[in-house]
Each structure stands twice: as structure tokens, then as C-alpha cells.
Write a protein that binds this ligand. Structure first.
Ligand code: NCD
Ligand code: ZN
Length: 342
């Protein structure tokens, strides 16, 4: 197949940052219709008013259809969450265990403290998106997602069976199996966790642009993710977790977590689906399963992917005083997206 036209995909997990970085990266998600915008700014997006103001900055920076989220803290007011959701200001609430990842210091330490918020969300139908890793220092970094399933997610699901849950950026076979066993729970999968495993990051030299959280796992997990993503209609859908950091923060003694994939995310996913002989299931993963999970209509317009010489991709993008390196899977990409008309 040389051309593939599918409904326009959405990105169900995207970091756009703020200020100059926002202005640099917002236009780079042009292939996507809607995107769920993560709230882990400094300081985080914690109230409905914060989310409304951030939405305006996102649109002004060049991304037209953001779906906003609130950052759940131990001080979050349930009334504000329900009001912001009912008013169409926010799409979901994001739970970061405190200390789990970039800018998560204001996250949740003790889930009991946010019980009233979760109960109000369950009642009002506000989705909860989860960064699924425990943070106990004694838990090995490669085991933190699996430990989260047993210690946090299963009890949470049992306590709030009607709460709409999305397990973000799943990285293990354990998480894939857990999601399959819990109908109604959705899960996003990034491009880098499909193209790559921890050998790509660590064997023959340490490559900081492969470093993100949850960290890349061993090959068997990558294979389980590839199988889940290409399985057609169901709970798995596209969320790039594109997470830009300035070049100097990535290529540093202590490298920041996050892979910047927004500009070429669709070609990355398409290549994986092609390798798996599943291009006919790319539309379900990229454009249908996400809206179905959230009870939204899929996009009406389409994108066309073209196979062939994709031309040279820049190593980094630069502007507004910022420079960000694109995630490079270490192999040439041979898909490109036809530019939008008009
Ligand atoms: C994200 C970021 O940089 O904000 N980093 C990452 O490695 N994925 C945070 C996150 O989603 O964990
Ligand atoms: Zn993220």
C-alpha cells in the first residue's frame, strides 16, 4: 500500500509546556485533530480558571482544539473540578503520584486525601487519567508500573467502579493484561514504546533522547505493546506523550525525562503498524478507539499518509529562543503525512 487515508487522529496525551516553548511546539501537532493537554506546568494547572487561561494560550500559540486537564493535588476542590467539567473547560483530571515524573512534586502522596474528589468525579462522569508508576525509592524503576497496578490501580478501580479511567502511556505486558481484564478502562500508548526498547537506550552507549517515563522496558514488553496497539477496536489508543525539553536539559549529566515526537508521530506509528502487517488497524488505534472511550465523535476530516521517500527530517527544531531535538528511532522513516489543505 502506497497511500493510506484514515480519519484524522487525535493525540490523547500531549505536553505543550508554556511561554516560548509552547509557541515553538504547538504548531508541531498539526497532524492531529484534538489533543489532551497535560497540566504539569510550573506551577501546575490546578483550577478551572487556570485551565481556561492555559487553553487560551494554547490556541493563541497555534493548536486549535485542545482538551484541557487539571492537575490533581491534595488540595483540589471537588466543586471546582465538577464545575469546570460541566462548563466544558476541562476534559479530564490527571493524577501524578508525587515525584513520579517531570514536574510532579505537587502530585498525590496519599490517595485517601483525594477520595472526595474521586467520588465527585465518579458521580459527575469526569475522567481520571493516571500516570501509573509507584514512587517508593526501593522499587526498581523497571518495576514501577507493574507495582502500581497491584498497589494503586486495582484498589482504586474496586473503590470507584464507575470512575472513567485512562491508564496513560502503558509500557509493560502487565499493564496491557490488566487493561484487557478491566472493561471500560482505556490506555494510551506512545510511539517510542512501540518503536524501541531499553536496549535502544542503553546498549552501546547511553542515549538521552530515548529516556522518558515510564522508562523503556525490555523487548518482550515492547512486543506486547505492539500487539495491543495493532489489535483493532478496543481499549488501546494513541497518546504520544510528546514531551519537549530544551536540548541542554536532555543532553545533561542528569537528563530530563521525555521524548519529543509530535512532528513525526504519525509516521512513527504508521511504520510500526506496517511492520506488524496491521495498517488496516491504524485508524482504530489513532482515530476511533480514543473517541469511543471518551464518548466523543471521531473527527470528520481525514489525513493521508504516503509511503515513499519521506525526505530528510530535521534533527531538531528551533525558534523563540528554544531548541528541541526530535526523537529518532534509529531507522529511516518512510511515511509522510500530506499537508492539510487550506
Ligand atoms: C513528561 C514530561 O516531560 O512532562 N515526561 C515523560 O518522560 N513522559 C511527564 C510524563 O508524562 O511522565
Ligand atoms: Zn506525559
Amino acid at each position: 500500500m502506497e497511500r493510506l487515508t484514515i480519519r484524522r487522529p487525535d493525540d490523547w496525551h500531549l505536553h505543550l509546556r508554556d511561554g516560548e516553548m509552547l509557541r515553538l511546539v504547538a504548531p508541531e501537532s498539526r497532524d492531529f485533530g484534538r489533543a489532551v493537554i497535560m497540566p504539569n506546568l510550573v506551577p501546575p494547572v490546578v483550577t478551572g480558571d487556570d485551565a481556561g487561561a492555559y487553553r487560551d494560550r494554547v490556541i493563541a500559540a497555534g493548536f486549535a482544539r485542545p482538551l484541557m486537564t487539571l492537575y490533581l493535588t491534595e488540595g483540589t476542590d471537588p466543586t471546582d473540578v465538577v464545575r469546570a467539567h460541566a462548563g466544558g473547560v476541562i476534559h479530564a483530571v490527571k493524577l501524578y503520584p508525587a515525584g513520579a515524573t517531570t514536574n510532579s512534586a505537587s502530585g498525590v502522596r496519599d490517595i485517601e486525601t483525594v477520595r472526595p474528589v474521586l467520588a465527585a468525579m465518579e458521580e459527575a462522569g469526569v475522567p481520571l487519567c493516571l500516570h501509573g508508576e509507584v514512587t517508593e525509592p526501593e522499587v526498581d524503576i523497571f518495576d514501577r508500573e507493574a507495582a502500581f497496578l497491584d498497589r494503586v490501580l486495582t484498589p482504586l478501580r474496586d473503590a470507584h467502579p464507575e470512575l472513567k479511567l485512562t491508564l496513560e502511556h502503558v509500557t509493560t505486558k502487565d499493564a496491557v493484561d490488566w487493561v484487557r481484564e478491566h472493561p471500560g478502562v482505556g490506555a494510551t500508548i506512545t510511539a517510542q514504546h512501540l518503536t524501541s526498547n531499553r536496549n535502544d537506550m542503553l546498549a552501546g552507549g547511553m542515549r538521552p533522547h530515548f529516556y522518558c517515563l515510564p522508562i523503556l522496558k525490555r523487548r518482550a514488553h515492547q512486543e506486547a505493546l505492539r500487539q495491543a496497539a495493532t489489535s483493532g477496536p478496543g481499549p488501546f489508543f494513541l497518546g504520544t506523550d510528546s514531551a519537549p525539553h530544551p536540548l541542554q536539559a536532555k543532553e545533561a549529566t542528569c537528563c530530563a525525562a521525555g521524548c519529543f515526537t509530535a512532528p513525526h508521530a504519525l509516521p512513527l506509528y504508521a511504520q510500526v503498524f506496517e511492520e506488524e502487517g496491521a495498517l488496516d488497524r491504524l485508524e482504530a488505534f489513532a482515530a476511533l478507539n480514543g473517541p469511543a472511550h471518551y464518548g466523543l465523535a471521531p473527527n470528520e476530516d481525514t489525513v493521508t499518509l504516503v509511503k515513499g521517500d519521506a525526505g530528510a527530517r530535521p534533527e531538531s527544531i528551533e525558534g523563540h529562543g528554544q531548541r528541541v531535538t526530535l526523537f529518532d528511532p534509529g531507522q529511516p522513516l518512510h511515511w509522510r503525512v500530506e499537508p492539510r489543505e487550506g
